[in-house]
Design a protein around this ligand. Structure first.
Ligand code: F6P
Length: 360
């Protein structure tokens, strides 16, 4: 292994720079490789000067930095790119061009730091001859084959702090506070932050909720003397028999944008006569410095990905299982996405402590 490439695809997540730093240091110091960074996800292979050399100096000081020094793009599907042709927007398959460019770059391995979509493209590229290694990234923690993705812990801590802060003002004003959190199809951020922050109601995509049940919980709390309530609501939560809320639809390039369920829940509660305020935490969950846990995990993932590449373990993804770094095939990682298991102890614990999931 002489030349190794790194790209960061999809939305960013705290810890990307920590992975890049660990991979660059390991590749140079342990394997004496040349390392190249691909700018803006897969797009870097399709534009001039989109692949740049990375030295030890380039990664110095980036461990605590949020974002990614390589840039990210969650529109970069080379199998379906939109271009203007004869004045019209058309979708074209740029994968052959991408593969040619990858081949020309002479990389012996390409580390792909990404979520579900980016890793799926990596798996397809492997089938066309590109030696890819996956590193699981997403604040949503929804990738199969691993217990944790990097970025999740940081988002969880930010969300928990937000719940703490809403708690004090909710209590002071005898109000209902609704906090909308990220998590497209998986409610891990909302469940973990909801429990860690002591939310009274947790609404997640895995458990369709009933508005009446949410209202009942708020009423019960008032009857017991708690004049305020805090709700943690995942952006992907949906009412029983209803649908998720999308302010913008998707297309071949972009997934549909979620958001708005917090306001919908807030309006229902307000209409029942309970003074309510809604906060949407949004991209604050993705920005800024990673927690110590995410730096620790990201560093181990980055170094392990390089070792895996050196062993020729392509089409595989580094993973955490039982506290140990291991690796799984990309096929296995992508087969079943991670979702909150309704029988897991966290859900049972929450229910036992009177937290409502809006379903009873
Ligand atoms: O998948 C990570 C995530 O943060 C989701 O939780 C959220 O729905 C989405 O990305 C937001 O993406 P964008 O940055 O494109 O708005």
């Amino acid at each position: 292994m002489k030349r190794i490439g790194i790209l960061t695809g999809g939305g960013d997540a705290p810890g990307l720079n920590a992975v890049i730093r660990a991979a660059v240091k390991t590749a140079i110091l342990q394997y004496e490789c040349e390392v190249y960074g691909v700018l803006d996800g897969y797009d870097g292979f399709l534009k001039d000067n989109g692949v740049i050399p990375l030295s030890l100096k380039d990664v110095s000081g980036i461990l605590p930095r949020g974002g990614t020094i390589l840039g990210a793009a969650n529109r970069g599907n080379p199998f379906a790119r939109k271009i203007m042709q004869d004045g019209k927007e058309v979708t074209v398959d740029k994968s052959d061009e991408l593969i040619n460019s990858m081949m020309q770059s002479g990389l012996d391995a390409l580390l792909v730091l990404g979520g579900d979509g980016t890793l799926r493209i990596a798996h397809e590229l492997y089938q066309k001859g590109i030696p890819v290694i996956g590193v699981p990234k997403t604040i949503d923690n929804d990738i199969g084959g691993t217990e944790v993705t990097f970025g999740f812990d940081t988002a969880l801590n930010i969300a928990t702090e937000a719940i703490d802060r809403l708690h004090t003002t909710a209590e002071a004003h005898h109000r209902v506070m609704v906090l909308e959190l990220m998590g497209r199809e998986a409610g891990f951020i909302t469940l973990h932050a909801g429990i860690s922050g002591g939310a009274d109601v947790i609404l997640i995509p895995e458990i369709p909720f009933k508005f009446e049940s949410v209202i009942d919980k708020i009423r019960q709390r008032i009857e017991r003397g708690s004049l305020f309530s805090v709700l943690a609501v995942s952006e992907g939560a949906e009412p029983l028999g209803g649908t998720q809320v999308f302010p913008r639809g998707g297309d071949e390039m972009y997934v549909p944008r979620l958001g708005g369920i917090g306001h919908s829940v807030g309006e229902h509660i307000d209409k029942q006569g309970f003074e309510t305020r809604v906060t949407v935490l949004g991209h604050l969950q993705r920005g800024g410095t990673p927690t110590a846990f995410d730096r620790w995990l990201a560093t181990r993932y980055g170094a392990a990905a390089v070792r895996l590449a050196a062993r020729g373990g392509f089409d595989r993804m580094v993973a955490l299982r039982g506290g140990q770094i291991t690796d799984v095939t990309l096929e296995e990682a992508l087969a079943v996405p991670r979702r909150v298991d309704l029988n897991e102890d966290a859900v049972i614990t929450a229910r036992g402590m009177g937290i409502s999931f809006g379903d009873e």
